[in-house]
Design a protein around this ligand. Structure first.
Ligand code: ATP
Ligand code: MG
Length: 454
């Protein structure tokens, strides 16, 4: 409290000075201490400066510190080339082909070091037919490096030695005012890189910053440019939103801007089903909560949640047509995964886990004999159970089922025996089917299908 008050008093009396085109904000004004910088980032800036180079902490970290938030990571920008950086730090390596960056390791911490880059002059820049930049990896100076960044709040350079902030685009004031403003002409900047529209949504939602009007206005008319963004990059950005710890705000903001269409195509369909929407929002809220408690979250779980109602409605349709439940589930899962894969490249490596989680759902209903015991031994049981709880919370299934499993997991053997349902109970509905003529893989009882889903 007192610290904050003193900071405010200092801030009022201190003044920025102008150096070239930069405003240099003194510590007395911004109050970010050298000690707030990570050990690794300090070692990197110290080492580079001692070798005669410029080196600053840049981007999200400076912004987050000004907003009293804990930075995710600390990036460094320098006028040293990647080779020069590598020569200064023994434990470092050059990575990337398009942007050559250096990763410097300090124990657990990895510091990303980027050489100042410039935006290429229009005639030299390589763009696609929509104006999207295909190359922007020319080296430049600090001022040019500031200009190629996306938002004013993201273009601040902090020098841990002098504790000064270099600001070329009034980013300091914008950060103080909690305004997210794009640098330069929004039309040009979105055309160069349409992902900046999604970054605007994610960062404003995550940081609680207001989107400047001119920054927000063109998004509605320019959103079709997102169609030209390579799928892998889209997925990356969508994942960042979903795992930002503020996914609910991100989705709400996307919807307000009418941007959610075409991002996760099935999100559109899901949002139109009242039950689906409730389930998806619960899953997102649950993910946000886990992140705020520093618990792990798995992208596969989240994707499984986003696509669940799609799987469910296909499954229901197939069962109505007479297909057997387990076989229908396999058909539904494969169909949904194939359909969405065409639009948004959810990597195949998530398929197995998503399918396991979905398949477990049917098995939770079987509460007789040895089946519940076998289910408890499944490596994916925890994820499946968490998923079941979401289904209960969204009123898709009766709460009683979630409570039963909650108790069964930790119950004594005697209590478990009491809890077990008589053989055949709970499956009556499903067993209303014609007698089998010949066995086929898709119609085996659910718990014999483990190996298929693993
Ligand atoms: P987060 O807290 O999510 O990491 P961030 O702003 O640090 O937010 P990064 O993706 O880590 O985001 O990017 C680091 C910095 O690189 C940004 O602060 C910004 O200056 C710059 N940057 C990132 N993406 C773009 C882009 N598409 N166009 C221009 N500059 C970008
Ligand atoms: Mg970052």
């Amino acid at each position: 409290m007192i610290k904050k008050f003193l900071k405010r008093v200092f801030r009022r009396s201190a003044k920025a000075k102008t150096v070239g085109n930069a405003q240099v904000i003194p510590f007395a004004m911004h109050g970010v201490l050298r000690e707030q910088i990570s050990y690794g980032a300090k070692r990197v800036t110290d080492g580079l400066q001692a070798a005669g180079f410029q080196a600053y902490v840049v981007g999200g970290a400076v912004r987050d510190l000004l907003l009293d938030k804990t930075p995710k990571d600390f990036d460094v920008a320098t006028d040293a080339t990647p080779e020069e950086v590598k020569r200064v730090f023994r434990r470092s390596r050059i990575i990337g082909r398009r942007f050559r960056l250096v990763h410097v390791m300090f124990g657990e911490e990895l510091v990303e070091v980027a050489t100042f880059r410039c935006m290429m002059e229009a005639e030299d820049a390589q763009t696609d037919e929509h104006g999207r930049l295909l190359r922007d990896n020319e080296f430049g100076d600090q001022e040019q490096d500031a200009a190629r960044r996306d938002f004013t709040a993201n273009a601040l350079f902090y020098d841990p030695t002098t504790q000064e902030i270099y600001d070329y685009h009034r980013g300091y004031q914008d950060t103080r005012d909690q305004v997210l403003r794009i640098i330069g002409d929004p039309l040009v900047r979105y055309r160069e890189d349409p992902v900046r529209m999604l970054r605007a949504v994610r960062l404003s939602a995550k940081l609680g910053m207001r989107l400047d009007e001119a920054t927000a206005a063109p998004i509605a008319q320019m959103k079709s440019l997102l169609d030209n963004v390579p799928e892998a990059r889209m997925l990356d950005e969508v994942l960042k939103m979903l795992l930002s710890g503020h996914s609910v705000e991100c989705i709400q903001q996307l919807r307000r801007m009418n941007l959610h269409h075409g991002l996760l195509p099935l999100l559109d369909v899901i949002m139109d089903q009242p039950m689906g929407e409730k389930f998806v929002m619960l899953a997102l809220r649950n993910t946000d909560e886990r992140i705020s408690q520093d618990k792990s979250v798995s992208p596969a779980f989240l994707f499984a949640a986003l696509l669940w109602h799609e799987v469910l409605s296909d499954w229901n349709a197939l069962v109505k047509q007479g297909e057997r439940p387990v076989g229908a589930m396999h058909t539904a899962m494969d169909g949904v995964l194939a359909r969405q894969k065409k639009k948004l490249a959810i990597p195949h490596r998530h398929d197995a886990v998503m399918k396991e989680i979905w398949l477990l759902q049917q098995r939770f209903e079987q509460r007789a004999g040895q089946r519940p015991y076998r289910l408890l031994e499944q490596p994916r049981f925890r994820a499946g159970f968490d998923f079941l709880l979401l289904r209960c919370a969204s009123n898709e299934v009766d709460n009683e089922l979630g409570l039963w499993w909650d108790e069964f997991q930790d119950a004594s053997e005697a209590r478990r025996q009491e809890m077990l349902q008589p053989e055949g109970a709970g499956e009556k509905k499903r067993r209303r089917r014609k007698p089998r003529k010949k066995p086929d893989a898709g119609s085996q009882p659910a718990d014999q299908n483990d190996s298929e889903s693993a």
